[in-house]
Design a binder for this molecule. Sequence first.
Ligand SMILES: Cc1cc2nc3c(=O)[nH]c(=O)nc-3n(C[C@H](O)[C@H](O)[C@H](O)COP(=O)(O)O)c2cc1C
Length: 172
Amino acid sequence: MAKIGIFYASAGGNTTQIAKALQEAFEVEDEACVLMEEDFDSAQQFEDFEVLFLGSSTWGQGDVHFSWVDALLEIGSKNLSFEGKTVAFFGTGDSQKHGEHFCSALGKLYEVFAKRGANVVGFTDEGDYTYEASLARIDGKFCGLAIDNMNESNKSEERIEKWIAQLKEALA
Ligand SMILES: Cc1cc2nc3c(=O)[nH]c(=O)nc-3n(C[C@H](O)[C@H](O)[C@H](O)COP(=O)(O)O)c2cc1C
């Protein structure tokens, strides 16, 4: 299987839960699991992998977690290309208290990586969610896995498992 790297940001552990499930399911080594706040130094790290699982919880007004900001700026300033890489996005949010920006961080990541040539897999059906608006909604679907542990934690495990099965098929 292609070499997989997991890059993620999480303040309270919700997004970490998804990252850990991915790590286990795809047997990703610890060194290839990059917690942005602690382990990320430079965008050079993306180069080591053919497949990138990229995660962030959503903050502020639909923003990525702060620890993603420098990476996204570096990608832009160095005009990096992700052509030839396969990418999947995941994240957590709150569809009720922050329903006007639900999981928008996924859309912010999509904007950067898809526009720079990455092949995006792992789109999901948004029909099972109730929210007002989201930048993660691309052509009528979420551009990755959206998890809402604040209001629908009972659905999280099943959603994560289903998405992992979908990714396994896409990467086969
Ligand atoms: C100050 C604040 C702002 C937030 N802004 C958003 C938002 O814009 N959109 C959203 O979907 N969730 C928002 N959330 C909810 C978090 O993304 C959610 O609690 C998430 O599960 C946190 O995941 P983490 O533990 O991985 O950091 C916000 C939460 C707080 C406390």
